[in-house]
Design a protein around this ligand. Structure first.
Ligand SMILES: [Zn+2]
Length: 505
């Protein structure tokens, strides 16, 4: 079967999502997981826009060998120079340059004529080509551009050496049939289009990103740009998992394949949701918690008689599985290691030792340690932010006839243990006030959510918070069987991120 190229832009467009900022370590881990997932291309960042993006592109370009690494660039020479510097160590680099082609953007944002834009696009591709044999040109806001002008620009950039041309629906405006017609128009009116890869990049402002991407594929596009969980600018991008599973489940209709290992989908979705602090809605297609939950009696009856009555794909196909190994108190290092491998975690010896110790501690409190428990535990142990302050101890007294009081001990940067106590409107408030007395960084708490990772009263609670300081948002997470401890850990995590970011400035 012919293949569709999956171009993942979770780390670039996805990371632009409001409040979704990732640390280098988190991008590193997500990058490795995307490689395991089997995407063809990972767009790792927009190097000349921030040092963080530059470092992420450079790191993933060095380390990932089984997929192409792309980086986005503006059209100026110094921007392309900087993008190439980040990208050059990749085994298979793809230099991605972007310029608008719609009159709205040319007139109101860039203040240049169509002729000037055409010339700039051609020059940029030619310049990029001096560094890199694989160059992608994106015609930003293509779906609101004049079709003939768009074709002219694409033809000229192909002539200049572009190997991929991308038609983005930047503002999520186009409708499926209209987009299909545009793709056909481009295929019929751009000389040289048959020699290059035709790509699409859709946004979900009107809820059509996946439908538009699939329609484009039917009309001959062979690369789709998408993100895990559909994260991205505004309403987000086309969801990778939905496109891949549609192609797979309806291969009788599309007659096309991808090289994605769908059994890695669920894990990748969890990882991205966790690190970006963006919950997946329960009813989300493919990866939502209810995506495979059959609630109506009629449906359950059918499922018990024959699964295919109401199930078009299995949970197992995306990696939600009946696991073969269940861990408990008596499980040893060997079983633990095997389980981690099953979950796709490969840890260094040092991290493994730490994770194993934490597992033993947890197994003492919980009878059965489930896969989600382990994922939380590993994420917790590998907490990927360097700690300025370390939480040593938290103790709380609360109840309905008492004022909540918290005592907190921290290890300060100089190694000293510092302690303080505070009263609060509730136990969490008291803990946060006590921490504030020690770490004196003004901030506002904007979001606080607690979720239990598994069922049962002894489940691990995971707290996710967002704090704001000087207009920037910082995510913090903490997990524990005690939600007050988890709350304290989450707050320390967010504060440490804030301090790390401040230190870099
Ligand atoms: Zn986009």
């Amino acid at each position: 079967m012919e293949r569709v190229i999956i171009f993942d832009t979770t780390l670039r467009d996805g990371e632009q999502a409001a409040g979704g900022a990732l640390t280098l370590e988190e991008k590193h881990e997500i990058g490795h997981q995307l490689q395991r997932l089997g995407v063809d291309i990972i767009e790792a960042g927009f190097p000349h826009t921030s040092p963080g993006d530059f470092a992420a592109v450079q790191l993933l370009a060095r380390e990932l060998r089984d997929c192409q690494i792309a980086a986005l660039s503006g059209i100026k020479q110094e921007q392309i120079d900087s993008t190439w510097n980040a990208l050059k160590e990749a085994e298979a680099p793809l230099l991605h340059v972007v310029l608008s082609t719609s009159d709205i953007h040319l007139e109101h944002q860039l203040h240049i004529s169509r002729e000037q834009a055409l010339e700039l696009a051609v020059e940029a591709v030619r310049y990029a080509k001096r560094y890199c044999s694989a160059v992608e040109f994106s015609a930003m806001d293509a779906t609101r551009s004049d079709w003939d002008y768009l074709c002219q620009v694409l033809a000229a950039t192909i002539e200049a050496g572009a190997t991929v041309v991308n038609i983005p629906d930047t503002v999520g405006y186009v409708q499926p049939d209209e987009f299909g017609a545009l793709i056909e128009y481009v295929r019929n009116n751009v000389p040289g289009i048959e020699k290059v890869t035709l790509s699409v990049h859709c946004h979900d402002d009107l809820g059509q990103a996946v439908a538009n991407s699939l329609r484009a594929i039917q009309c001959g596009a062979r690369q789709v740009e998408c993100t895990i969980n559909g994260v991205g600018e505004r309403a987000g991008n086309a969801a990778l998992e939905e496109i891949v599973m549609a192609l797979k489940t309806r291969s009788d209709f599309f007659h096309l394949a991808t090289k994605v290992d769908t059994a890695q989908i669920y894990r990748t979705s969890r990882l991205v949701s966790h690190y970006m602090g963006m919950e997946v809605p329960p009813n989300k297609a493919i990866v939502g918690a209810n995506a495979f939950a059959h609630a109506s009696g009629l449906h359950q009856d059918g499922m018990l008689k024959e699964r295919t009555t109401y199930e078009i794909m299995t949970p197992k196909s995306i990696g939600v599985g009946e696991s073969r190994i269940v861990l408990g108190k008596t499980s040893g290092r060997h079983a633990f290691r095997q389980k981690l491998e099953e979950l796709g975690c490969t840890l260094s010896e040092e991290d493994f030792a730490r994770a194993f110790a934490a597992f033993k501690e947890l197994a003492d409190k919980k009878k059965e340690v489930t896969d989600p428990d382990l994922e939380a535990l590993v994420a917790e142990e590998l907490r990927t932010v360097s700690e300025t302050y370390h939480l040593e101890q938290v103790q709380v007294s609360c109840g309905d006839h008492t004022v909540s009081t918290a005592t907190v001990k921290l290890v300060a940067p100089d190694g000293q243990v510092i302690a303080d106590a505070a009263l609060g409107a509730g136990p969490v408030d008291a803990v946060y006030k006590a921490i504030n007395r020690l770490v004196q960084v003004p901030n506002t708490l904007t979001e606080f959510s607690v979720k239990s990772i598994t069922e049962g009263i002894d489940a691990i609670g995971e707290v996710t918070i967002k704090i704001e300081s000087e207009g920037r948002t910082y995510i913090g997470r903490g997990a524990s069987t005690d939600i007050l401890v988890a709350s304290a850990k989450a707050y320390m995590n967010a504060l440490n991120r804030l301090l790390a970011a401040k230190g870099k400035e």
